[in-house]
Design a protein around this ligand. Structure first.
Ligand SMILES: [Zn+2]
Length: 90
């Protein structure tokens, strides 16, 4: 099967065959420390209240999400800048 026209996953702009594109694979895995059962009694209630604010699909995406696709050069630069900022905040 011949490859169709590529579209940037972020800006949705068609990427010309003469342009460089960037393939990405992203895994977002939620992690949390296990709640201490001897902790403050109101903490689980706070957690439940937070959980009820999400629908099930959104909640699942909060735990594990995988995305892949291609980015144009401009969106790749944006993503790199975004990640760079995040790393500096650490
Ligand atoms: Zn783009």
């Amino acid at each position: 099967m011949a490859p169709g026209p590529r579209t940037c996953a972020h800006c949705e702009r068609p990427i010309a065959p003469t342009e460089t594109w960037y393939r990405f694979a992203l895994v977002l895995q939620g992690e949390a420390e296990v709640l201490d059962p001897t902790g403050a009694a109101d903490e689980p209630e706070d957690l439940l209240a937070q959980l009820e604010a999400f629908d099930p699909a959104e909640l699942e995406a909060q735990v594990h999400e995988e995305q892949s696709g291609v980015l144009c050069a401009a969106c790749r630069a944006e993503l790199r800048a975004f990640l760079g900022l995040r790393f500096r905040v650490q």
